[in-house]
Ligand binder design. Structure first.
Ligand code: NCD
Ligand code: ZN
Length: 382
C-alpha cells in the first residue's frame, strides 16, 4: 500500500520529469488525521466544467480554481453562449469570480445551434477566445433546448471547424423517446457520431462524459482525431447507486450512470494510461431545491472533492503513477496547449476525510458529491 512507502519517486515512462513524488511524513500517534504521505501532481485541467452564472458562479468558480490550472467551460447558460461576444462577456464574469492569487484560466466554448454563424465562430477561435465548440442534441440534457435537432444542418460549420482544427465536444446521447435512456449513448455512436466522423474524418471530436463500454471501445479504436473525457462520479457509481434501496437524486446526472460492467470499463480506461482518455469532471451544480424536486435536475457537483476521490480510486487500482497523465497531461496534448507548469499536492490521512459539507449559495444550498466509500486523500492547503 502506498501509505507505507517511504521516499518513493515514480517516473512516467518516456519522460524524465518526476511527475509524482510521494514521501512519508512523520506520523503523530496522538492525531488520527496525521498525514502519512503526499502526492504532488502537475496542476491539472478539467476538460468539462459547468460554472453557471451570478451567485452560483461566485460560489463554485473559486473551488475549481483552487485545484485546477484550466477548465473548459460549458456554454449551456440560459440563454446559451452562442456568439464570440457572449463568450468574451462570460469569461470576464468568470475571471471576476476568481479570488486573487489563483492561477486559473477558463477556456471558453461556444454552444452550437442550427443557426450558428460560422464566420463569428471561426473568428472567436482564431483570436484564441474559444477553445472548442459544444454539440448538444436538442433536449438531451440541462439547458439544451437550443441545441441541434438535425445534424445535417450544422455540417457546413463542422466542415469549417475541421479545416480550422477546432475541436467539437459532443454530448453523445440520442433524444429519440423510443430509445431507452440507458441505451442512448450507444445508439448515438451508431446513428450520429460514426456517420458524422465518416463524413468529416478530419474533424477533431471529444466524446464527453462517456458512460459505457461501447463509448470507450469506440474512442479507443477511433484514431488520432477522437478523445473521451471521463467524469469522477461515473468512476464511482453505477445505476444501482441511484435506484436501489431508494431513489438518490444527488446521483442523477446525464448521461445517467449505467450498470456495473460499464463502470468497470470506464475505470479500466481511466487507469490504462491511454493518451486520448482524460478528466472532464462535468461538475454540474444545481441547488438542492431543484435536485430534490418532483422532476429533479440532472447534474452532480464534484469540483471540491474530485482530486481526492481520484487519488483514492487510482491508488486502490495500483495506478497512482497514471493519475498525472489522466488529470494533467493527456487533455493538454489533445487540445494542443502546454502542460501546466504548477503543481497541486494531495496528502493521505490515516482517517477517512468527511464529504465536503453542502455549500451555501445566495439562492439555497448546494450538495457536494458523496462517493459512498471512504476517501483518505485531501488536497493540501497551498
Ligand atoms: C449538465 C448540467 O447540469 O448542465 N448536467 C448533467 O447531468 N451532466 C449538463 C450535461 O453535461 O449533460
Ligand atoms: Zn456537462
Amino acid at each position: 500500500m502506498l501509505g507505507r512507502v517511504p521516499n518513493r519517486h515514480i517516473r512516467m515512462s518516456g519522460t524524465t520529469a518526476p511527475v509524482i513524488q510521494m514521501r512519508r511524513q512523520s506520523q503523530r500517534a496522538d492525531d488520527e488525521n496525521a498525514m502519512t504521505c503526499t502526492l504532488t501532481l502537475t496542476r491539472p485541467d478539467d476538460w468539462h466544467l459547468h460554472l453557471r452564472d451570478g451567485g452560483m458562479l461566485d460560489v463554485v468558480a473559486p473551488e475549481t480554481a483552487a485545484h485546477f490550472g484550466r477548465a473548459l467551460i460549458m456554454p449551456n447558460l440560459v440563454p446559451p453562449v452562442v456568439k464570440g461576444a457572449d463568450a468574451a462577456d462570460y469569461r470576464d464574469r468568470i475571471l471576476a469570480a476568481i479570488p486573487p492569487g489563483h492561477d486559473f484560466t477558463p477556456l471558453m466554448t461556444l454552444y452550437l445551434t442550427e443557426t450558428t454563424d460560422a464566420a463569428d465562430l471561426l473568428a472567436a477561435a482564431q483570436s484564441g477566445l474559444v477553445t472548442a465548440v459544444k454539440l448538444y442534441p436538442a433536449g438531451a440534457t440541462t439547458n439544451s433546448a437550443s441545441g441541434v435537432r438535425d445534424i445535417d444542418r450544422v455540417v457546413p460549420v463542422l466542415e469549417a471547424m475541421s479545416e480550422a482544427g477546432l475541436p467539437l465536444c459532443v454530448h453523445g446521447e440520442v433524444t429519440d423517446p423510443q430509445v431507452d435512456i440507458f441505451d442512448r449513448e450507444a445508439v448515438f455512436i451508431e446513428r450520429v457520431l460514426d456517420p458524422l466522423r465518416r463524413r468529416i474524418p478530419a474533424l477533431r471530436v471529444v466524446m464527453e462524459h462517456v458512460t459505457t463500454a461501447d463509448g470507450i471501445a469506440y474512442v479507443r479504436d477511433g484514431g488520432d482525431n477522437i478523445a473521451a473525457t471521463l467524469t469522477t462520479h461515473h468512476l464511482f457509481i453505477n445505476r444501482n447507486h441511484i435506484l436501489a434501496g431508494g431513489i438518490r437524486p444527488h446521483y442523477y446526472c446525464l448521461p445517467v450512470a449505467k450498470r456495473e460492467s460499464h463502470r468497470l470499463a470506464l475505470l479500466e480506461a481511466a487507469i490504462s494510461g491511454v493518451s486520448n482518455v482524460f478528466l472532464g469532471t462535468d461538475s454540474a451544480p444545481h441547488l438542492d431545491s431543484l435536485k430534490l424536486a418532483e422532476c429533479g435536475c440532472a447534474g452532480i457537483y464534484t469540483a471540491p472533492n474530485t482530486l481526492a476521490c481520484l487519488a483514492q480510486i487510482f491508488e486502490e487500482q495500483g495506478a497512482l503513477d497514471r493519475l498525472d497523465g489522466f488529470v494533467a497531461r493527456h487533455g493538454a496534448v489533445f487540445y494542443g496547449v502546454p502542460v501546466n507548469s504548477g503543481t497541486v499536492t494531495l496528502e493521505k490521512c490515516d482517517a477517512p476525510q468527511p464529504v465536503p459539507s453542502p455549500r451555501a449559495t445566495p439562492d439555497g444550498m448546494l450538495t457536494v458529491f458523496d462517493p459512498g466509500v471512504p476517501i483518505y486523500w485531501r488536497v493540501a492547503d497551498a
